[in-house]
Write a protein that binds this ligand. Sequence first.
Ligand code: 3PG
Length: 399
Amino acid sequence: AGIESLGDLTGKRVLVRSDLNVPLDGTTITDDGRIRASVPTIQQLSDAGARVVVTAHLGRPDGSPDPKFSLGPVAARLSELLGRPVAFATDTVGASASETVAALQDGEIAVLENVRFNDGETSKDDAVRGGFADQLAQLADAFVSDGFGVVHRKQASVYDVALRLPSAMGGLVAAEVDVLRRLTESPERPYVVVLGGSKVSDKLGVIDNLIDKADKILIGGGMVFTFLKAQGHEVGKSLLEADQLDTCTRYLSEAADRGVEIVLPTDVVVDTAFPSGDREPQPSVVPASEIPADALGLDIGPDSATAFAAALADARTVFWNGPMGVFEVDAFADGTRAVAQALTEVDGLSVVGGGDSAAAVRQLGFDEGAFGHISTGGGASLEFLEGKELPGIAVLERD
Ligand code: 3PG
């Protein structure tokens, strides 16, 4: 149920789990998309007169405080976006948290330090996690789950705390679930799925689940070289997951049996070394079947980009996860740019899922409003499309 199910929130302490896990370069936030996506719910609670206590994680610290992963810069950015002060507690459930929460007036907002500085947060031991969730729950009268990017994690601030407080789904989680259900339950056809990113092994579940739902699956990114190798091509020094070759072969034949088209690039952009600061990129385009032994593939080629765009042109539903190449380097960004552009022209529902693809469309200068939906979840949106039960959703929807 939504926030209104919590009743009058005036003066109530509301713990909000947001996903504020943003990329940082030192203390500089390089993409604040997740913070911006978290603002409406925080604002809504504040407008309702709640004393808003935001909890979130950053990175994967080892369960103890680590200044590299402090949420301090994130709290500062949140304050800028809200245009009002945001208090910051230097711990999650300690003295600073209690004092900061106790000092909140109605409508005021505080952010607690990285919840993963506490080993109870991610513990596999239910009792340990529960003990930590008890401490979090003491800071609030109600809980709002709004961190879509973490709903696939059975962690204290996502799952266990919802068992301990009156709980509701925030607007971001509700909107994400709504769109992703449209992708899994009766999508309009043609339904085209575009997959990229580095690893096949990260996408197995999605391919398994979508291979009989999608009409076409377009594959690019680092993961494509394992498919090309499975087709019998040499891939030079490109990324290869040798242990996934049989799986790729199976997908190619399964797709053929089911009438699903798996579209692989026919040309690729290669270089002789992975781009680094040391030298200028030296891109060249080669047929996907003729990658030289000393080269590695870093993007899909121009013919493939045109073919992918054409495959997307008449789609009514599109899900895209994972960049087509090393888009951070301009010389290898064209494939990702072409796919992003094609998505903006889809007449129907276009969904960009995954932290990397979402960051890519923003970094390449696309207007977010041109896409049907940009998911804030990477792993979470993939697991949703895999058909898995997400603990952070299930706990809110239990009877
Ligand atoms: C993400 O970045 O996908 C989410 O914030 C979840 O982070 P995690 O994979 O470290 O749990």
